[in-house]
Design a protein around this ligand. Structure first.
Ligand SMILES: Cc1cc2nc3c(=O)[nH]c(=O)nc-3n(C[C@H](O)[C@H](O)[C@H](O)COP(=O)(O)OP(=O)(O)OC[C@H]3O[C@@H](n4cnc5c(N)ncnc54)[C@H](O)[C@@H]3O)c2cc1C
Length: 329
């Protein structure tokens, strides 16, 4: 069986950008994801000929490092400015998920492979799924949401420093519940021209977005995001109850009689409640296993929150660290 230089667990933006960087330096990489496609929380759902983002709706740029990637994506026609002055909000022109798919083009992927545990055998790592399928690599980059990485490492047989263990244990994520409502295209909504509203909403609602007004869909699909608190309260309720609850709170924006279909998306790990101020974490000095992802922030990240940009910068920093380690050995 082939041994890759680096196996990257997680095909979100942090994982695929890290893969690009490592591959560009001549290392062999594989990106492993439990889902059917890459993208992670940059997620877009196709519904009845239309589409709607139901994870990140946009991203902002605060660092020159990320700006250079965004400029390249803009030139390629993958992203464009959507709205906003101080921090422009960028959207994926064909939805947020397609951006990650575009970035991952040409990178070896192993999809629908949920890494269950990792062991070390003769100086290489073996990543195993529950059905005992394997991937082998000299080094590993972990990019799932931090609590999932913590759980996976707990199930693994690796030397982990106390600091790494405590850091992973301390990072908590809140859930998100999102309703996707298909609305008659001819109907007006109470949303601003951009199709996005995240202020002056009822308590319990974080944001509302119209994918038709956003310009990414031929059908009008409205995404209603519950706040973290309301998402926690709604998480175990039925789809019908969640729809009713979120519709009651947005009745000035969407008239219930205009809805023709709905779907509910639940994210167990949506946003970090607290972050680690370093762009990555080494599992220990003895292991070439690095943990990255959106909860690992540079000290200069003034937003202090998990965002698309923090995910991207963390993945890129972790790739540099792995390159250094692999070149030294
Ligand atoms: C509802 C919601 C709204 C958001 N809105 C915004 C926004 O408007 N702007 C913004 O900047 N950010 C937003 N975010 C945050 C943003 O989406 C994330 O910060 C970013 O996409 C995270 O990227 P990542 O690569 O770090 O992680 P992810 O995208 O979560 O990627 C991790 C990947 O790991 C995979 N995985 C997990 N466990 C395993 C395993 N055991 N084996 C194999 N694969 C595994 C997952 O399937 C996933 O694809 C939002 C997030 C959510 C959920």
């Amino acid at each position: 069986m082939r041994t890759y230089d680096v196996a990257i667990v997680g095909g979100g933006l942090s994982g695929v950008l890290a893969a690009r960087k490592l591959e560009g330096q001549g290392l062999s990489v594989i990106v492993i994801d439990k889902s059917k496609s890459v993208g992670g929380r940059m997620a877009t759902r196709r519904i009845d000929g239309g589409r709607a983002d139901h994870g990140a709706q946009f991203f902002t740029v605060r660092s020159s490092e990320f700006q250079s990637h965004v400029d390249e994506w803009s030139k390629k026609g993958w992203v464009e400015r959507w709205f906003g002055e101080k921090y422009a909000r960028y959207k994926g022109i064909e939805g947020m998920n397609q951006l990650v798919k575009n970035v991952s083009k040409g990178i070896p992927l192993k999809l629908q492979f949920k890494v269950h545990h990792i062991i070390k055998q003769h100086n290489e790592y073996v990543l195993r799924s529950e059905d005992e399928s394997e991937v082998r690599a000299r080094a590993i980059l972990m990019t799932p949401p931090a609590p999932q990485t913590g759980q996976l490492l707990k199930q693994s047989d690796l030397r982990m420093s106390k600091e790494a263990e405590e850091t992973l244990q301390s990072l908590r994520f809140s859930p998100a519940v999102v309703a996707l409502l298909t609305v008659n295209k001819e109907e007006e909504t109470g949303l601003p021209h951009s199709g996005h509203q995240d202020a002056h909403l009822s308590e319990g609602i974080e944001r509302v977005t119209d994918s038709y007004a956003k310009g990414i869909s031929n059908e009008r699909i409205i995404s209603i995001y519950a706040t973290p608190e309301r998402s926690k309260a709604l998480y175990d309720k039925s789809d019908a109850t969640i729809k009713e609850d979120l519709l009651n709170l947005t009745s000035t924006i969407i008239r219930p009689e205009t809805i023709t279909a709905y779907q509910i998306k639940k994210w167990r790990y949506a946003q970090a409640e607290n972050v680690h101020t370093a762009p990555f974490l080494a599992v220990s000095d003895e292991e070439d296993v690095i943990v990255a992802g959106d909860a690992f922030l540079y000290g200069d990240d003034s937003s202090g929150r998990t965002r698309v940009e923090s995910a991207a910068r963390s993945g890129l920093a972790a790739a540099d660290e792995l390159m250094k380690r692999l070149i030294e050995t």
